[in-house]
Design a protein around this ligand. Structure first.
Ligand code: MTE
Ligand code: MO
Length: 238
């Protein structure tokens, strides 16, 4: 994995990221509900605390060389209409159980540290493709909003009505990215422009396209995800 453009991080952003150091003080004091405890038991050991996961990133999955990219193999898989989003007015909202909810423009996102990865995308329908994705780490976005201690899951809302939920550990994996680039080019609209999820640790249907809102929550809602609510597995790990 390659990280560049560190110098483009503003002083304010660096301060915001480092503001996490005070997080530990706020944590583990609030009582959790019976339901939450039950859910946490079921999904253990997924439910490590947000601060543990932010400060101790999991090991990366091996990546592929650029020569392995399979340009034609990534099939467009969209359940309904393709939303057309104006990149100028687009805003990504990050909210929920956080101390500092934010709205980011595409320019804000492009000014954050850039990460590129070449990984395999696997669709449950029986096809796969090696793809290069470029964008920002979701963990950097989560760090910016300063999550509360009881955050355990992350919801993603898409402009086409798609929705998804992820466990926190997978969302904070160093190769879980919000991307605006595919195979070295600006992300095409059919693949989720202006911004989509990409990660080598989850099946294709977990990787929401056209993401407009990321919400950090302490428990799963009855609606877990577009395909999950029709019987597909929720965790969908690779
Ligand atoms: N918003 C949204 N995201 C989505 C989907 C969708 O229909 N809508 N399909 C999912 C499925 S099943 C797969 S395999 C991948 C496909 O991504 P691609 O169309 O860029 O190949 O997107 C996922 N993300
Ligand atoms: Mo898929």
């Amino acid at each position: 994995m390659k990280r560049i453009n560190f110098s483009r991080l503003s002083r304010r952003q660096v301060l915001e990221l480092s503001g996490l150091s005070g997080l530990g003080l706020l944590l583990n004091s609030c009582g959790s509900t019976f339901f939450e405890d039950k859910v946490n038991k079921i999904f253990e050991p997924l439910n490590q605390s947000v601060e543990t996961l932010l400060f101790n990133p999991e090991k990366p999955v091996p990546e592929f060389p650029a020569s392995a990219i399979q340009e034609e193999a990534l099939l467009v898989n969209t359940f309904d209409l393709t939303p057309q989003i104006d990149p100028e007015t687009y805003r990504l909202t990050i909210d929920g159980a956080v101390n500092h909810p934010i709205q980011l423009s595409l320019t804000d996102l492009k000014n954050m540290p850039f990460t590129s990865m070449t990984i395999r995308h696997v669709c449950v329908e029986g096809w796969a493709a090696i793809v290069q994705w470029g964008g920002v780490r979701l963990r950097d976005l989560v760090a910016m909003v300063q999550p509360k201690s009881h955050v355990r899951y992350v919801y993603f809302k898409s402009a086409d009505g798609y929705y998804e939920s992820w466990d926190l550990a997978s969302a904070l994996h160093p190769q879980t990215l919000m991307v605006y680039q595919k195979n070295g080019q600006p992300l095409p609209v059919e693949n989720g422009a202006p911004l989509r999820l990409a990660s080598p640790i989850k099946l294709g249907y977990k990787q929401s396209k056209w993401v407009t809102q990321i919400t950090l929550v302490n428990q799963l809602f009855p609606r877990k995800g577009y395909w999950e609510d029709q019987g597909y597995e929720w965790f969908a790990g690779l």
